[in-house]
Design a protein around this ligand. Structure first.
Ligand SMILES: [Zn+2]
Length: 82
């Protein structure tokens, strides 16, 4: 399964659309939680799990993904956030 780094939407679109990498069933690792626009792209790409570091804006995108059956988890690499 491909691992796509960086902010969700542009990187995921770049990797899957331009380079033709399959994203169905993949886990997406991003620095910030996806907004609603990104969430719809992530779900449409068939991504089944999103792991993010920092919360970005309201949790609308995260809640939308969870409601769509996508597993969403926060994982922070900074100990002080634990
Ligand atoms: Zn977004």
């Amino acid at each position: 399964m491909p691992i796509v780094p960086g902010r969700g939407q542009p990187k995921a679109q770049e990797a899957s659309g331009v380079k033709g990498i399959a994203t169905g069933g993949a886990t997406l690792y991003v620095t910030h939680s996806p907004c609603l626009d990104c969430a719809s792209v992530v779900q449409a790409a068939g991504i089944v799990r999103v792991v993010y570091d920092q919360t970005y804006g309201p949790p609308t995108g995260v809640l939308w993904l969870m409601n769509a059956g996508v597993k969403v988890q926060r994982f922070s690499i900074r100990k002080e956030d634990a």
